[in-house]
Design a protein. Sequence first.
Length: 308
Amino acid sequence: MPNPIRTRFVEDLKSRFGVVRKLEGSESLYEVGSSGARVYIRYSRVHNNKRGFYGLRHRDLQDLEGHPSVVCFLWDKQQEPLLVPFAEYEDLFHTLSPASDGQFKVMVYPQDEGTQLYINNVGRFSVEGHFGWDNLSAIVGSSRVTTIPDLSHSQVQTLLGAIGCAKGFDIWIPPNNHSTLDWTVANQFKCRGKFPSGLEAVAAVAQEIDVMWIKKGSNDPQSLFEVEHSTPIYSGLLRFNDLHLITRNPKLRFSIVANDARRSVFARQLGRPTFQTSGLMELCTFFEYGDVFAWHKRIMEEKERAHQ
């Protein structure tokens, strides 16, 4: 019996882009419009631990290569489709071998703090900026995605703080960075003046973390972000590893933020035995600058609609 969520998505494709053709040899690959754009549709239930399990067939991914294409991740009660550009991850899949069934195993974690894509044996990547039809519309040619500006370290710091503030967190940014925050890219927010107690053992490391989201009115950090604009990604991972080993807080989330060209560097460095052994590999996420920009834009648009 056809999955109704997949069926509805295909109908949406047809209504938006007109010509939609299923490719031979796959039940999940479609060509859209006249540009040769391809969509690979995957569906999963979201299980009790708030993650969906997906298998990506090696053969299907090979059919995406050389074409403008997205991988569409669907699940129940999803408000907008998650459309991830395959080109951003093509090089990573080339470094992997599929499982015995010919599939790469991935998971999607839909979370308020930012939806993540987990690729087995590689790591976690933020995909929060890929909700909605913009990515597909851009490659099909029916519309354009908002141009993402060249962002500085301070601007990315500002956007991350604004996102956390909008989501109801207290924000810690090192006091010596406050004067460089850029209020032309986000509405001004108040940074927490006092470093959270309970982290004295790691204060020397934690106080220099670029952005920290802390549970409102508490000393409980939730998410930590290191913006590696020009500094080595490995140094940020070492700081996170120290914090992880000392705090042993399984709910604490770590994120490296950098430009897309450094995604493969992140995956290679995170795969070092020291981070596999410590468990950081399972907890650390890669955010690309465009993800942060698109996430902030979407949150601001949602707030604006809510007040209309």
